[in-house]
Design a protein around this ligand. Structure first.
Ligand code: ADP
Length: 639
């Protein structure tokens, strides 16, 4: 019989499983049961449109068979089964793409971590078996196949007989060793325990033959009468359903432990960590439904890629009718996982119908509200946890403010935070406003790649000098979101680098106005020297302390936004900021410029103007337009 090889990745994973010293080997059963349950889900789902493929709801089952003589544990389901190709592809490769790419926090790849955190499905069975035989017959197919493998050196596959649709997985349990007692996985109590622990909520019966004892009636009666002989017992076997089958979201809240939620979440939604928050709700009205939602601790690895799909599972009275119903979640809460179950949903509801379903819209609305309230509560009561959450998903909330022309700002504005100059910690707008100075009219923010860079901006310093708090905007989306908001609680958001920055007293304003009028000729000349297309105007300022120059902007686009826009692919002609070169009127460079202009040394003024402009660009983190020219000019100064 031809032996086929596993793909390299799978082989690595298998090696890891076979030689694993992982202590929770028991999870293999959970993984196989969960596969079986998914397979039945798939069959039931297909039967919605082709009833000839389905079974009576009560006939779906998973069975477990222990055979101590043969040392085998068999898990059987009457689900969708697998074709020959599926057997090869599903069992010959790692299903959870990306699991091997996963690196732990130290950047190391750690086998134990992968097992513990991803579960890794079917392959985990190799932790306890030295041979696995899978017989399977795919839904609607006349042929069945058997796949067999003794581990990393490959597998065989060939036709076989199998009477029903579904799969049968036979684990040949490893012999006991000093450290590990594998044979316990053939013990009834151990299997019972594992099913209760991990798979109790599985909605199909998990059946197993169990040994029971009973009193022998007649003997017993006699015994009671005479009180002479001890009661007599006999043993018999009976098929028992080991799981309660009550979906976790149907149990009352106080019945479900945090661990159970976490296990359920990890398994159903492929996370390796417990969720940050579990949200449950129940609603009775024109449409009755229950929701069980989870906020993950961390964004999944593909969260910011195209193939991330948002959505909640949709159930109709405990039967899953859709894996990912996108319409139930707004984009800004797309990280939420979970499910909605309603007896009012029809089993045969189609995707198109769902889109127009106003019941669904109403549910989506209330889910949005629920998530918002829970996040607000977390922000209020568990700040640390909220900040963890915000680090992972805050960008998505800010994106939500910006998207749809700001339609969702009321939902989101109190959920977002920025670090600020106050304590370099996250603050909400509410907190910012609550400690604004009496004379402060606006909410100030500054943009840059990092807090340190922002702190070095001349205008940041000027605003801080006044005793005003500055919000640090360090992510690309930030200023777009802030500008979409425009204001909060009646206070305008002002970029410290905006020429409308208004932190001077009337007297100061008047004084600099006169100064600029007097120097109008000089300023006009400098602007022309730098180039009309580069700078919108040049002016003296009295808001800077130590710094000689800075660049500010007027109009709708700041220099930071210009940077972001120009980085977007296919956006070479992105709109540019209208910049203003501001020169510190109290600085010696101002005196020098004025002096040179008065004595007619225009060439020098022109050169200095260009140098100052380039310096200002550098301070703002903008590229130098002509580095060679700058270098020549500076060398010229040194002659
Ligand atoms: P996962 O379940 O996370 O996808 P597994 O390695 O456990 O990863 O399984 C790989 C694939 O094999 C499954 O996605 C499923 O398509 C298929 N499979 C596994 N067990 C069964 C089964 N009992 N019946 C039908 N298909 C199965």
């Amino acid at each position: 019989m031809e032996k086929k090889s596993f793909k390299t990745e799978s082989k690595k994973m298998l090696d890891m499983m076979i030689n694993s010293i992982y202590t929770h080997k028991e999870i293999f059963l959970r993984e196989l049961i969960s596969n079986a349950s998914d397979a039945i889900d798939k069959r039931a789902f297909r039967a919605l449109t082709d009833s000839s493929l389905g079974l009576d709801r009560s006939a779906y089952e998973i069975t477990i068979e222990r055979n101590k003589e043969a040392n085998t544990l068999t898990i059987r389901d009457n689900g969708c089964g697998m074709t020959q190709d599926e057997l090869e592809n599903n069992l010959g490769t790692i299903a959870k793409s990306g699991s091997l790419d996963f690196k732990n926090e130290n950047g190391k790849q750690d086998g134990l971590d992968i097992i513990g955190q991803f579960g890794v499905g079917f392959y985990s069975a190799f932790m306890v078996s030295d041979k696995i035989t899978v017989k399977s017959r795919a839904l609607g197919s006349a042929d069945a196949f058997v796949w067999e493998s003794e581990g990393a050196d490959g597998y065989t596959i060939e036709p076989c007989e199998y009477s029903d649709y579904g799969s049968e997985i036979v684990l040949h349990i490893k012999p006991d060793t000093e450290e590990e007692k594998y044979s316990e996985f053939l013990d009834e109590y151990r299997i019972r325990e594992l099913i209760k622990k991990y798979s109790d909520y599985i909605r199909y019966p998990i059946k197993m033959s169990v040994e029971k004892t009973r009193l022998i009636k007649d003997e017993n009666e006699k015994a009671e009468e005479t009180d002479k002989d001890a009661p007599k017992y006999e043993t018999y076997t009976e098929v028992e359903t080991l799981n309660s089958m009550v979906p976790i979201w149907h149990k009352s809240s106080d019945e479900v432990t945090e661990d159970e939620y976490a296990n359920f979440y990890r398994e159903k939604f492929y996370d390796y960590e417990a969720p940050a928050k579990v949200i449950r709700s129940k609603s009775e009205g024109t449409v009755s439904y229950e929701t069980l939602l989870f906020i993950p601790k961390r964004a999944p690895y593909n969260y910011y890629s195209k193939d991330f799909e948002k959505g909640l599972q949709l159930y109709s009275s405990g039967v899953m009718i859709m894996e990912k119903c996108a319409d139930l979640l707004p984009d800004y809460f797309n990280f939420v996982k979970g499910l909605v179950d309603s007896e009012d949903f029809s089993l045969n509801i189609s995707r198109e119908m769902l889109q127009h379903d106003h019941q669904l819209k109403a549910i989506a609305k209330s889910i949005e509200k629920k998530i918002k309230n829970e996040l607000a509560k977390m922000l209020e009561n568990d700040r640390e946890k909220y900040e963890e959450f915000f680090k992972e998903f805050g960008a998505q909330l800010k994106y939500g403010i910006y998207s749809d022309f700001g339609r969702h700002k009321d939902v989101l504005q109190d959920l977002i935070m920025f670090k600020s100059s106050f304590e370099k910690k996250y603050v909400t707008f509410k907190e910012y406003v609550s400690r604004m100075k009496e004379e402060q009219k606006n909410i100030y923010y500054a943009c840059g790649d990092s807090i340190d860079i922002i702190d070095m901006l001349p205008k940041t310093e000027a605003v801080k000098e006044k005793g005003f708090e500055v919000l640090y905007l360090t992510e690309n989306i930030d200023e777009f979101a802030i500008r979409t908001l425009g204001e909060y609680d009646g206070k305008k958001f002002i970029n410290v680098c905006d020429d409308k920055l208004d932190i001077s007293t009337d007297e100061e304003k008047e004084q600099i106005k006169t100064e600029n009028e007097n120097a109008a000729e000089l300023l006009k000349f400098m602007k022309e020297s730098i180039g009309d297309s580069s700078v919108n105007s040049v002016r003296f300022t009295n808001t800077l302390k130590e710094h000689p120059v800075c660049l500010s902007s007027e109009g709708g686009i700041s220099t930071e936004m210009e940077k972001v826009l120009s980085q977007m692919p296919g956006n070479e002609n992105a709109p540019k900021a209208e910049t203003v070169l501001e020169i510190n009127d109290g600085h010696s460079v101002a005196t020098t410029l004025k002096g040179l202009f008065a004595t007619g040394e225009k060439e020098k003024v022109a050169e200095y103007a260009k140098i100052l402009y380039t310096m200002a660009r550098l301070i703002s983190g903008l590229p130098v337009e002509n580095p060679t020219e700058l270098s020549n000019m500076i060398c010229g100064l040194m002659k």
